[in-house]
Design a protein around this ligand. Sequence first.
Ligand code: NAP
Ligand code: G4F
Length: 343
Amino acid sequence: MKTALITGVTGQDGSYLAELLLDKGYAVHGVVRRSSTFNRGRIDHLRKGSGGDPYLHLHYGDLGDTESLTTILAEVQPDEIYNLAAQSHVGISFTMPTYTGEVSGLGTVRLLEAVRQIVPQARFYQASSSELFGQALEVPQNEQTPFHPRSPYAVAKLYSFWATVNFREAYGLYASNGILFNHESPRRGENFVTRKITRAVAEIAAGQRDWLSLGNLEARRDWGFAGDFVDAMWRILQADDPDDWVVGIGEEHSVREFCDLAFAHAGIELEWTGTGTEEVGRDRANGTTRVLVNPRYFRPAEVDRLLSDASKARQGLGWEPKVGFEELVRMMVDADLEAVGAK
Ligand code: NAP
Ligand code: G4F
């Protein structure tokens, strides 16, 4: 039986990855932060009672605390390490740039250095991001596309990307980057745009609220399903040699298009009028305002358009996404409709 350690196990990706690895027969260990409220909602089902899987073990630790990381590595002796922990919200990184750098940048080096000293034979996965491409110099983006980060988050992730490459080249660690494009699910945090929309759509359909306010409706992203992307993470660590891989479904849509589809799935057809901050999305059937633009959600520097070319991962890892964009939107709306009691 192989042993895996996941940082960020309580997050969206950590929860899907823990499920995947448990299904494959791994012993799975996760790092959790101490917090005053319990932060394990996404992994509770893997922990509970006789129906739960006994192989998910949790350890208190923090990417800001080197000692906790060395202690956990010495105790767990993992074969594979998935570093998913981060302050992962791009917009919030503008208001917390130093903290974001501490966790999403330096945190990776703390962990890499601990791996080098304690379990140098372990395979290491770094959760790198399409945000590295930022103001992208070409469309679509692949492993050769130059980076141009546009936020404190992306700058921190750039540091982590190169630290991972550097530990591979300098010390011969098996350390790989997955450069993952946006991936979403019903478990997505509620302040990321997709989940913010699907949650609001469900509450509107249930008569619990009237409208939703968003920032830049023009932004385009390559949105896939998180469940498919954790399979890519695992495949990246099964490759013969460590490397860096772009992962995405290769389809781009705007935030406005996401709204159209999500509302339509709940039976509301949107009609857009106005431009910029005056743009409004109304219910075509009765003219009720459903979407407004609030400049509060604009970012000081925006990433306008991300689109993946994941041919290397498709060919080299045999990775194929199973869920397409429209199915993803429907899945998220359905889950939120159910959560608010409207389904
Ligand atoms: P997420 O839901 O925000 O989860 C982040 C995880 O990191 C949570 O478990 C969080 O713990 C943990 N964490 C935060 N600060 C920590 C610290 N100081 N020490 C230890 N753990 C800490 O993010 P996600 O969407 O699952 O993404 C997983 C990783 O992939 C992140 O590194 C993200 O930046 C990267 N990524 C995500 C995407 C995407 O589209 N989802 C794309 C590319 C890259 P709490 O639960 O206690 O907050
Ligand atoms: O959902 P978002 O906050 O995700 P973003 O910034 O693309 O970052 C996510 O994906 C990255 C991979 O490319 C990850 F590395 C990162 O950790 C995170 O998971 O915003 C998507 C787009 C942006 O252009 C944003 O400006 O939606 C736009 N947007 C428009 N209105 C909004 C809103 N974003 C948020 N969060 N909230 C809004 O009201």
